[in-house]
Design a protein around this ligand. Sequence first.
Ligand code: SAM
Length: 257
Amino acid sequence: MLFAKKSLGQNFLISPRIVGAIVNAGNVVPGERVIEIGPGKGVLTKALLEAGAHVKAIEKDDRLIPVLAETFKEDIAKGALELVHDDIMEMDLNEVTNSAYKVIANIPYYVTGGIIRDFLSAQNKPSLMVLMVQKEVAARIVARDGKESVLSLSVKAYARPEISMSVSRGNFFPIPNVDSAVIKLSDIRDPFGDRAAEERFFDVVKAGFGQKRKRLAKNLDAVLSKEEVARKFAELRLDENIRAEDVPLDAWIELAR
Ligand code: SAM
């Protein structure tokens, strides 16, 4: 029996009900390409294959590769599963696949932000992402309390986020210190058109949230002139005292333009 590595965020799903719900949330159609990050011992991989997906599973832990290779030798031989021994954060996503695909995974939480950012800004974006994440992170992504953040805006710029379900910690082994939730990012698109506009958007958002207690107008001093800020605020009918967290996505896109 392999001991779980905390450093790799290893908390394995032990609930068939949750595994089934993740596959359902992914609306997997037979023959479809699915990228799974961190297959672990393969519970979700197996369910994805049973739903007819063509899976590319990327696993960093050397110890798990022979286990997965043995468990899935028939699927690998048939070409239904491609097992990749690599670190997702080191991979060039533009080379991961050039066909249409979905990302469906119970990911290691220490790379949640990186995975979401990298896939949403990749040239060949997934059509859908279904991810298990920390419950608090899921709540922040959908801005459940009505307060936007750099994280929520960087997701909403590209996709429509929703929480599919809450998953309590008892559904994993070893039991993690946090509860989880499955988030679904759909309608994935490129709202920017080019890299420069994309970078500009993130510069403006990051500057806007620069100092938490300051007003947005003050924080924007770092990237826009006072006159530009005043003109844009008037145009967008933003109160001069508004804080970054209360500004919706559309207004940020306009501010960055
Ligand atoms: N999918 C399995 C399950 O649901 O039981 C395992 C989930 S576990 C939360 C996360 C998995 O991601 C582990 O198997 C871990 O080894 C793997 N992992 C951690 N860091 C990784 C990385 N940088 N790239 C690829 N896989 C990684």
